[in-house]
Design a protein around this ligand. Structure first.
Ligand code: IMP
Ligand code: MG
Length: 185
């Protein structure tokens, strides 16, 4: 059989996606990130703040592989059309913990243009944490429009639309164990 005929694909609504990063590769990379985070944040009892919905699977797998004591909590960013310069008004919901003087790690599924993570960093900084680091499973460096550093990157990816392992297309695909890329028409 031709390799392309063996390529794993999924269909979600009207679109087809091709396997991009398999489950073993994802888990191995997360183990590497967890080792690095555990080493760098040893003795700090960090608080991980996972951004819902997309990061819930990555967050679970990452914290399960850490070897240091830590807390984990969740926030959500609500966005709606507004009248400010960007046309979007954002609101960060769900942070009930006191993060003043804490070492924080934000967990994201993907940093694309960086608008969301930039907003979260601004909101968290208002609470005067000791430090804030960013861990993102996926990072699209060519799409980034802000001066921010993603401290822990799982995979750098091109500017293609991805689904699976937390990422969705119109609400679907978050439960896939692998990451898939939109098939060109
Ligand atoms: P940003 O604000 O442009 O960095 O985009 C962040 C959000 O857009 C992510 O948290 C995702 O919810 C969504 N997003 C960006 N790229 C993708 C993608 O390739 N697939 C699915 N969702 C994406
Ligand atoms: Mg997200």
């Amino acid at each position: 059989m031709l390799p392309e005929l063996m390529m794993k694909t999924v269909t979600l609504k009207d679109k087809s996606f091709i396997l991009s990063i398999d489950a073993d590769t994802i888990q191995q990379r997360i183990a590497g990130l967890a080792a690095q985070v555990s080493e760098e944040l040893k003795g700090m009892e960090p608080i991980f703040i996972a951004v819902l919905n997309g990061s819930f699977i990555f967050a679970a797998d990452l914290v399960k592989k850490l070897s240091i004591p830590c807390e984990i909590t969740f926030v959500r960013v609500a966005s709606y059309e507004g009248t400010d310069s960007t046309g979007v008004v954002r609101n960060m919901l769900g942070l009930h913990e006191n993060i003043k003087d804490r070492n924080v790690v934000v967990i994201e599924d993907i940093v694309d243009r960086g608008d969301t993570i930039m907003f979260i960093m601004e909101e968290l900084t208002k609470h005067q944490p000791a430090s804030v680091k960013i861990a993102s499973l996926l990072f699209k460096p060519k799409a980034l429009r802000h001066d921010i550093k993603v401290d822990y990157v799982g995979f750098e990816v091109p500017n293609d639309f991805l689904v699976g392992y937390g990422l969705d297309y119109d609400g679907l695909g978050r439960n896939l164990n692998e990451i898939y890329v939109l098939k060109p028409e």
